[in-house]
Structure formats: structure tokens, C-alpha cells
Design a protein around this ligand. Structure first.
Ligand code: SF4
Length: 145
């Protein structure tokens, strides 16, 4: 089950609280004007990474980190892989998951009526308020508060 990713960075201390692992997906179909991450648009860039192998690696180091941040590129362009990964991490760890998307929560809910992303993605206090925060050009954090 291959997820197209650009890079994985650790530790990172931004894009969420505490010490984190950052995952940048490859590919973005939104193409915002003024995007500063155009190198992440092409779906044939980056490399394939097996979702479950990556999750297992992260689980093996979970005690050293507070959370994960997934950005890109557009994480929701690869929804099946994103949700599979997040479900596995949530089941096996206490890591919080922040995800930065170019879509609003309403748009994501229409595109993905299962709304599983709400179940698996966190904010600072864990209560979902159904909004997406503006985070720079075209990028919003999918957030519970
Ligand atoms: S969603 Fe993000 S990566 Fe995609 S075009 Fe907009 S700013 Fe760039």
C-alpha cells in the first residue's frame, strides 16, 4: 500500500506542539496561486513509501515524540493512504496528529462523507469545532480544539 511522499523529517518543533515527526506528501491538485511548495505538486515526484511499514517505524519510536504533522502537497489527495496511516497510528500510539490541508473542513466533509479524518486528527485540546484555520497561503490546519 504505497503512499507517495516527498520527505519525512524529525525532529521538528513547529507545525504543532512539542517534538514531532513531519511527513510531507507529494502531489497537490489544488494549485493555489502563490504556492511556495510548487515542487510538491507533481504526483510523479517524491517516492513511494509503504503505509504500514512507515507506521510500524513510527510506532517503534513513539515514546520519543509528542506527535506527527502531515503536510505537503495535499494530504487529502491520497485519502485512502492518509486515513489508513492515521488509523494505525491512533490505534497503536498516543501521538497527536496535525494535518495541513488546502481544503476547508466543509469541503473535506463533502469530499469524504465518512469524515474519518475528524476521528483521527487532533488539535491542542481535542475538541473538534469544525473549522479550518488559515495558515499561510492556501494552507489550513485541519484542527480540533
Ligand atoms: S494546497 Fe498547499 S501545496 Fe497545494 S497549491 Fe495550495 S499551498 Fe501549494
Amino acid at each position: 500500500m504505497n503512499w507517495r511522499l516527498n520527505r519525512i523529517q524529525y525532529p521538528i518543533y513547529n507545525l504543532g506542539p512539542g517534538k514531532r515527526i513531519g511527513i510531507w506528501v507529494q502531489g497537490c491538485s489544488i494549485r493555489c496561486e502563490g504556492c511556495v511548495s510548487k515542487t510538491l505538486w507533481a504526483v510523479d515526484g517524491g517516492r513511494n513509501i509503504d503505509v504500514l511499514e512507515l507506521a510500524e517505524k513510527i510506532i517503534s519510536v513513539k515514546e520519543y515524540y509528542n506527535g506527527l504533522t502531515i503536510s505537503g502537497g495535499e494530504p487529502f489527495d491520497q485519502y485512502e493512504f492518509l486515513i489508513t496511516f492515521c488509523a494505525f497510528i491512533k490505534k497503536m500510539t498516543k501521538l497527536n496528529i496535525y494535518c495541513y490541508s488546502g481544503y476547508t473542513i466543509d469541503e473535506l466533509s463533502r469530499m469524504h462523507p465518512d469524515r474519518l479524518f475528524i476521528q483521527y486528527m487532533d488539535g491542542s485540546s481535542g475538541k473538534f469545532v469544525g473549522k479550518a484555520k488559515e495558515e499561510g497561503r492556501g494552507k489550513r490546519k485541519v484542527e480540533k480544539e
